[in-house]
Design a protein around this ligand. Sequence first.
Ligand SMILES: C[S@@+](CC[C@H](N)C(=O)[O-])C[C@H]1O[C@@H](n2cnc3c(N)ncnc32)[C@H](O)[C@@H]1O
Length: 190
Amino acid sequence: MAEHVCPVWAGHFLANRLRKLLQNPCRILAPYVRPGQTILDVGSAMGDFSLPMAEMVGPEGKVVCVDVQSGMLKVLRRRATGAGLAERIETHLSTADSIGLRGRDGTFDFALAFTMLHEVGNQANFLREIHQLLKPGAHLLLTEPIQHVSRPEFDRTVSTAQQAGFSVTNHPPIRLSQSVLLTKPAERHP
Ligand SMILES: C[S@@+](CC[C@H](N)C(=O)[O-])C[C@H]1O[C@@H](n2cnc3c(N)ncnc32)[C@H](O)[C@@H]1O
């Protein structure tokens, strides 16, 4: 695990009203998340984005929440049950260097990596795995916090994503963040 992984106690502080005002999950995700989709939320922590996405995908959809800390996923499951969304949420414990969702390649409609990639030691491997897990034509929304990740560091992450096979679609404005919308190119048919 990277040295600077967000501790479980700090996860409770992420879920505050001010953050919801500044980084409203529904407003940020509305352009990408649709009913019936299967979504990947990497570094989900306690589900501040996973739970709104579970609402957005509806009863036919699914949100797979991946985190390296079981304590985060435990709280997420409790919150999902409390919100009546447990059926739409699947949790998966990753290792520090690998998401490890074997057998799920090409099955996700959208992926979110919100303010988490700077905590991952092997970003290249992580981004390659997300690329494999997405369907052709699907998007990854990647954001990093401006207080922890410099512009040059973020640019290096975007280059790493491009080397993993993603193309840059745009840079949606998200408060307190640097962000990029990445796309797995659609397959070409001759
Ligand atoms: C700052 S929190 C952000 C959580 C959430 N995305 C949000 O914005 O509310 C980062 C999360 O990423 C998780 N994380 C760090 N390294 C990871 C890895 N290699 N694989 C999966 N999750 C990881 C941490 O455990 C933590 O829950």
